[in-house]
Design a protein around this ligand. Structure first.
Ligand code: DGL
Length: 263
C-alpha cells in the first residue's frame, strides 16, 4: 500500500517534500484537485464532497494511509471522513489531517497567545482555535482569514504576496506563535519572519515529515503494510504548464500528470 497525500492544489507538494525528505523509501501518490481550486472560498458541502471524492480516488490508487494535507479540507471534512466514511466504506484505510500536528508544534515553546492565518473556510470552522483550547484552555487565540494569499501564490505573484504579508503582519505583533494554516503559506514564511522577528512562525513544511515518521513509529501495524520502492507519482485533476512549472521548482525530475477520476 502507498502513502496518499491530498491537497486542493499544488501547495501540498511543500508538505510532500517534507515527507519524502524524511521518509524517502516509501511510495507516494500525490493528488491535487487543481480543477476545483480554491477550496478556501467554497461552501462546506462542496469541500466535503470534493474531499470524499479525493479520498476515494487515492484509495483506488492503492493508498493505505492518506494524509489530507489541505488545511481547508482537514477543517471541514476530516472528522466526517474518519468517523463516517472510513468505518463504512474503507475500514482498513487510515486518513490523517494536518491540524493536530500543527497545533502540537505551535504549543511546544509554551506560547500563551497564538495567531492563525488560513483560508476563509478554515477560519470559519474555528478548528484551530478549538484544538488549541483543548490543549490549553487559557490560551488567547487570534484567527484571521487571509484569502488573497492563495490567489497571489497561484499566480506566482510574490511581490503582491509580500505586500499582503506586510498588511496582515500588524495583527500579530503581540502573539508568541503564528500558525501558517494553509499549504500555500510555507512559501511566505520568510516574509512573515522578516515582518515579525519576535514571533515563532509555525510552518508546516518544517515538521510534517517528522510528525509522519513519529506516527509510523507508533503505528507499526500500519507501517508494515506500506510498500517501499521509492516510487513517487504526482497527479492533478487539471494539468497546465504553469502547474508543471510550480511543481518543477520543488521536484525538478517528476512530471505531474492529469488524471480522469470518476467520483
Ligand atoms: N490548500 C488549501 C489549504 O491548505 C488552500 C488553498 C485553497 O483555497 O484551495 O487550506
Amino acid at each position: 500500500m502507498r502513502i496518499g497525500v491530498f491537497d486542493s492544489g499544488l501547495g501540498g507538494l511543500v508538505i510532500t517534500k517534507s515527507f519524502i525528505e524524511t521518509l524517502p523509501e516509501y511510495d507516494y501518490v500525490y493528488y491535487g484537485d487543481t480543477a476545483n481550486l480554491p477550496y478556501g472560498e467554497k461552501s462546506s458541502a462542496q469541500i466535503l464532497s470534493y474531499t470524499i471524492d479525493a479520498v476515494k480516488f487515492l484509495i483506488s490508487q492503492k493508498c493505505g494511509l492518506i494524509i489530507i494535507a489541505c488545511n481547508t479540507a482537514t477543517s471541514i471534512a476530516l472528522r466526517y471522513i474518519q468517523q463516517r466514511f472510513i468505518p463504512e466504506f474503507a475500514p482498513d484505510i487510515k486518513v490523517l489531517g494536518v491540524v493536530i500536528p500543527t497545533v502540537e508544534t505551535a504549543l511546544l515553546s509554551g506560547a500563551k497567545k497564538v495567531g492563525v492565518v488560513a483560508t476563509g473556510a478554515t477560519i470559519r470552522s474555528h478548528i484551530y482555535k478549538q484544538e488549541l483550547l483543548k490543549i490549553n484552555p487559557d490560551l488567547e487565540v487570534k484567527e484571521v482569514a487571509t484569502p488573497e494569499f492563495v490567489q497571489a501564490i497561484e499566480k506566482d505573484d510574490f511581490c503582491r504576496a509580500e505586500q499582503l504579508v506586510k498588511s496582515y503582519a500588524p495583527n500579530f505583533t503581540d502573539v508568541d506563535s503564528l500558525i501558517l494554516g494553509c499549504t500555500h503559506y510555507p512559501l511566505l514564511k520568510n516574509y512573515f519572519r522578516q515582518e515579525l522577528p519576535d514571533v515563532e512562525v509555525v510552518s508546516q513544511d518544517e515538521f510534517m515529515g517528522a510528525k509522519l515518521a513519529n506516527y509510523l513509529d507508533r503505528h507499526i501495524e500500519i507501517d508494515i503494510t506500506l510498500s517501499r520502492e521509492r516510487s513517487y507519482r504526482f497527479l492533478v485533476s487539471k494539468w497546465n504548464e504553469h502547474y508543471q512549472n510550480v511543481a518543477n521548482k520543488l521536484f525538478p525530475d517528476i512530471p505531474i500528470e492529469e488524471t480522469k477520476k470518476n467520483g
